[in-house]
Write a protein that binds this ligand. Structure first.
Ligand code: HEC
Length: 142
């Protein structure tokens, strides 16, 4: 009688521990992937691949002699506006470029929404990339 009880308790305990390990394991898997820091890290990879040629590798502005417009230093977006908050939506739109109202004359910056779509990205993948790029830009503001 007593040994059956011990056996059942041990079984239940083992089961609970296994559940806990499983739950903690899946949390550990998900939280970092969606954290701002992890997003910014993926954004930095994208930035070095697509943007650094004009905006300068790792924060500092590169001078692009062949362009008539000097690409802005993207670590000064907040400073230039004197704003406390990073304009997340506006910058995501600016990067995408497909739905911008054309009031500022010709655009010197490539239309990334179109480029990513042409490379076969789904709208969801494009949204993720913009989110990662914006997270990276937020992380380099001075
Ligand atoms: C061919 C050069 C070039 C490349 C490559 C480029 N940009 Fe730009 N970017 C510019 C120029 C020039 C501007 C100024 C606005 C304009 O004339 O289009 C600009 C403006 C911006 C702005 C607006 C800044 C502000 O303060 O309003 C953001 C944000 C930006 N770029 C992000 C990016 C990101 C992210 C990438 C990579 C996915 C990228 N750029 C790649 C040239 C470039």
């Amino acid at each position: 009688m007593r040994s059956k009880f011990i056996f059942q308790s041990l079984f239940t305990l083992t089961f609970l521990v296994a559940m806990l390990v499983f739950i903690l394991g899946s949390c550990a898997d998900k939280a970092p992937k969606h954290s701002r820091a992890a997003q910014a890290e993926r954004g930095e990879v994208l930035f070095n691949e697509h943007c650094a040629s004009c905006h300068g590798e790792n924060k500092d502005m590169a001078i692009v002699d062949t362009m008539s417009i000097t690409p802005p230093d993207l670590s000064l977006i907040k400073a230039r506006r004197g704003s406390a908050n990073f304009p997340v939506v506006e910058m995501a739109r600016m990067i995408d470029g497909r739905n911008l109202v054309k009031i500022h004359g010709p655009r010197a910056m490539p239309v990334w929404g179109e480029i990513f779509a042409d490379q076969g990205d789904t709208e969801e993948a494009i949204r993720d990339k913009k989110g990662e790029l914006v997270a990276y830009l937020m992380s380099i503001q001075k």
